[in-house]
Design a protein around this ligand. Structure first.
Ligand code: DOR
Ligand code: ZN
Length: 330
């Protein structure tokens, strides 16, 4: 059995910089037609100057593949002219609550101060991408943040808000309640629960923020993805870290999945008789929601088993060593 995907897009992706960028960017560029590139570098991408520098870096590292980097700015209070100037080079602005995840120390400390920037973004039609977690108990952080999603969605009805990497049924429910709320969902949150992370021997390569939740949450995400709910998009949140940062005391949060995301999804969607929905989940929904038209790029998958490599240039992917039933056509 074969499957041709047209211009698959990764709507949430960490590419890093320097050697890590050079190592991982070609792996995304080979299998995707484009990706939404996260701005949580040190220092963050929070000026036009850094944005243009980073975009050029990503283009350099992904050449000669057909791969469109959809860039994001790290949220801070911006002026109207900064946003106006950035607009043609970004797909959105990414908001991190301060300290909530990797390299987010420069994020928002006081959510009551973000509104002037949000109203300018609404006026300029620049989407807001959000890492939606409070600093509460780790399993409740996203559900607690849903209150903030609701406030923002009602206060800025003209602002497209993307709830990034959702992990809970509570977040799925909001999609049908607010016209301007959308979401990305990762392959790993469709495939795992907290049990896979810490229920047996601890698996640091599945440790990420937000942490995988309960089976009923995973099932709600699955229902949305497998039905290709019109407001959800696939975003891997592929977040590489050096192995010594993952397999250590103080394991860094992040799952590296970009090079295997599409075969993982083909296996999952086939198992649920939903292969005909995969195109919408990995591309068409994103094109409609973000109003983008990526260049045509056909990515062909085949039902042929493969063993997930132990590492890609020393970076360990999720499920390293597992056998899955789909792979890329040679
Ligand atoms: O697990 C995560 N890793 N979650 C994030 O939000 C950031 C990411 C990273 O940059 O490593
Ligand atoms: Zn992320």
């Amino acid at each position: 059995m074969n499957l041709a995907l047209h211009s698959p897009l990764d709507m949430h992706l960490h590419l890093r910089q320097d050697e890590m960028l050079d190592a991982v960017a070609p792996l995304s560029a080979k299998y995707f037609a484009g990706g939404v590139v996260m701005p949580n570098l040190i220092p963050p991408i929070n000026s036009i100057e850094r944005l243009l520098w980073y975009k050029a870096e990503v283009k350099r590292a992904t050449a000669p593949y057909v791969f469109e980097p959809y860039m994001t700015l790290f949220f801070r209070s911006y002026t109207f002219s900064e946003l106006e100037e950035a607009r043609r080079n970004i797909i959105g602005v990414k908001l991190y609550p301060s300290g909530i995840t990797t390299n987010s120390e420069g994020g928002v400390q006081d959510l009551s101060l973000i509104e002037p920037t949000l109203s300018m973004m609404q006026e300029l039609d620049i989407p807001l991408l959000v890492h939606g977690e409070t600093n509460g108990f780790v399993m409740d952080r996203e559900s607690e943040f849903c209150r903030i999603y609701q406030l923002l969605a009602s206060k800025f009805p003209g602002l497209r808000i993307v709830m990034e990497h959702i992990t809970t049924r509570d977040a799925v429910v909001l999609l049908d309640r607010y016209e301007n709320l959308f979401a990305t969902i990762t392959p790993h949150h469709l495939l795992t629960t907290l049990d896979d992370v810490v229920g047996g021997l601890m698996n640091p390569h599945l440790f990420c923020k937000p942490i995988a939740k309960r089976p009923e949450d995973r099932d709600a995400l699955l229902a949305a993805a497998l039905s290709a709910h019109s407001k959800v998009m696939m975003g891997t949140d592929s977040a590489p870290h050096p192995t010594n940062m993952k397999e250590s005391h103080g394991c860094a949060a992040g799952v590296f999945s970009a090079p295997i995301a599409l075969p993982l999804l083909a296996e999952l969607f086939e198992r649920h008789n939903a292969l005909d929905r995969l195109q919408a989940f990995v591309s068409s929904n994103a094109c409609r929601i973000y109003r983008i038209t990526p260049r045509e790029k056909e990515v062909r998958l085949i039902k042929q088993s493969m063993i997930i490599p132990a590492s890609y240039l020393s970076i360990v992917p999720m499920w390293a060593g597992y056998e899955i039933s789909w792979s890329f056509e040679a």
